[in-house]
Structures are given as structure tokens and as C-alpha cells.
Design a protein around this ligand. Structure first.
Ligand code: ADP
Length: 254
């Protein structure tokens, strides 16, 4: 049996011994496309950064492809597209140079790029729709195009799982649709994804599962249908027999 791509058990992460992610159990299997939702400050970025060992772990376990996170060496199997500003130091580089860096872990430092490496770089750039900008300096690109460059860099490594932290944040609607299309094409190729987002609408139809964080805890984990029911219940708890302040008030005869 293939181990899950990600499996956390009782995972707590935080800063200065203060837990921001608290006892989270999260398993990601091949082919899943998961939207990670939650209010600002609920711990979404901390959780995804923690999967890569970028946040102090206060407790629990993280296994990546069946291997304890600190022992995991097949870094390209799990690609990471961080939240923002990560191209700031690379402004003089071209799109192709940035994306080619995503191939580096696949070969010894002294071996030049092979035809296969170059082909994968070109394919990754095409897939994110930047074929005509491959030799442009990234400083000349829009924010959305820079985000797509980072996605292409992760794709060049041919990952089984791509983790993206708010790929559509701060991007205009047209670029959001382009990114959603990229995500749909990756999903069709069988790439599993964990996407932190506030814009679930643009990913509707692609997402297979929704995980909601609130105050560092998972407060919902299920498929889009169950999520719709969960929202309906939150909006109209009286329909399901729960108590709702306004309802009680109205029932009081005003
Ligand atoms: P989200 O991504 O859901 O908006 P974050 O994971 O960014 O939430 O933040 C969760 C909490 O952790 C917030 O209270 C935030 O202030 C705190 N936090 C995030 N990064 C750091 C850091 N580097 N040092 C200390 N506290 C942090």
C-alpha cells in the first residue's frame, strides 16, 4: 500500500511555545484537491509552512510519503508555492531561469541540464500559460504572472503534491481564472493539491475536499457537498433543531 502524501497526527505548531496550530490530524492521499479555508490568523499558513519544517513543531508527528518530515529528502515530490514576495530577490532572473531552478534537486550540481530537464521546464512554463514570457525578467511580470512562475518552478520538479499558499490572493479576477484553469489542468493530470484560499468560488468543480481551520483546530473536513450542508446549518441552525439567537428572539413574540 502506498503511504499517504501527508499524514499529521496530533500536530501542534507555533512560535515561542505558543501553539497556533493545535492537535491537527490531516491526511492527504494521491489525487486529492483540497481547499484549506479559515479566517485570517486561524493558522493556515503556519500549518502549510509547518509541513515543510519551516515552523517550530511543539508536538505530534508529520510524515511525508511515509517518512518522518525531518528525514524526508525527496523534496521535489512535494512542491511548495509560498505566499508572496518570494521573487523579490530574483528580479533580474528570467522566468526560464527561475523555473529551471525547480529541476536542480533532480541532478548533481556538476551535471548540466539534460534535454529532459529542459523539456520539463518548457512544459511547466507552457502549462501556466507563460510560454511567450519565458525569457522575460520576472520584474517585468504582473503579480499574477509571478505567482504562475513560482507554480511552474514547483511543477518542474514533477511533484506528487503541490502545496500553494493563497495563489489567487491579490491577483485580479482575470488572473484568478487563469490560475484556477492551471489548477484544473494539474488536477486532470492527477497532481494532488493543498490550496490555501479565500476564493473557493473560482476553484469550484476542481476541489474534492474542504478543510476549515478555526483557531488552529480543524472545524470541518469533508467533500464540497458536506461543506454546503455545513454552511447551510451555520446560516440556519433552527432548521436542524439547533438554537439560534434571532430565532429565539422572534419566537419570543416581538
Ligand atoms: P492564516 O494563514 O490563517 O492567516 P497564520 O498561520 O499566518 O494564519 O497566523 C496564525 C497566527 O500565528 C497569527 O496569530 C499570527 O500572528 C501568528 N504568527 C504567524 N507567523 C508568526 C511568526 N513568524 N512569529 C510569531 N507569530 C506568528
Amino acid at each position: 500500500m502506498t503511504p499517504p502524501l501527508v499524514q499529521t497526527r496530533g500536530l501542534s505548531l507555533g512560535y515561542d511555545d505558543h501553539a497556533v496550530v493545535d492537535h491537527v490530524d490531516l491526511t492527504i492521499e494521491a489525487g486529492e484537491v483540497i481547499a484549506l479555508l479559515g479566517p485570517n490568523g486561524s493558522g493556515k499558513s503556519t500549518l502549510v509552512r509547518g509541513l515543510f519544517g519551516l515552523v517550530p513543531r511543539l508536538g505530534g508527528s508529520i510524515e511525508l510519503c511515509g517518512v518522518e518530515q525531518s528525514q524526508f529528502t525527496e523534496h521535489t515530490r512535494i512542491g511548495y508555492v509560498p505566499q508572496r514576495h518570494s521573487l523579490a530577490q530574483a528580479v533580474r532572473s528570467t522566468v526560464a531561469e527561475i523555473v529551471a531552478a525547480g529541476r536542480l534537486p533532480h541532478r548533481p550540481w556538476w551535471r548540466p541540464a539534460s534535454a529532459d530537464d529542459r523539456q520539463r521546464v518548457a512544459a511547466a512554463i507552457d502549462l501556466v500559460g507563460l510560454g511567450d514570457r519565458a525569457h522575460a525578467e520576472v520584474s517585468t511580470l504582473s503579480g499574477g504572472q509571478q505567482r504562475r512562475t513560482l507554480i511552474a518552478r514547483a511543477l518542474a520538479g514533477d511533484p506528487d503534491l503541490l502545496v500553494m499558499d493563497e495563489p489567487t490572493a491579490g491577483v485580479d479576477h482575470a488572473n484568478q481564472l487563469v490560475l484556477a484553469d492551471v489548477i484544473a489542468r494539474l488536477a486532470a493530470n492527477g497532481t494532488a493539491m493543498l490550496v490555501v484560499t479565500h476564493e473557493l468560488d473560482v476553484l469550484a468543480g476542481v476541489v474534492t475536499r474542504i478543510v476549515c481551520l478555526d483557531g488552529g483546530h480543524i472545524d470541518f473536513d469533508g467533500d464540497p457537498e458536506a461543506y454546503a450542508a455545513h454552511l447551510a446549518e451555520a446560516d440556519h441552525p433552527h432548521i436542524h433543531g439547533g438554537h439560534h439567537h434571532d430565532h429565539d428572539h422572534a419566537a419570543g413574540g416581538h
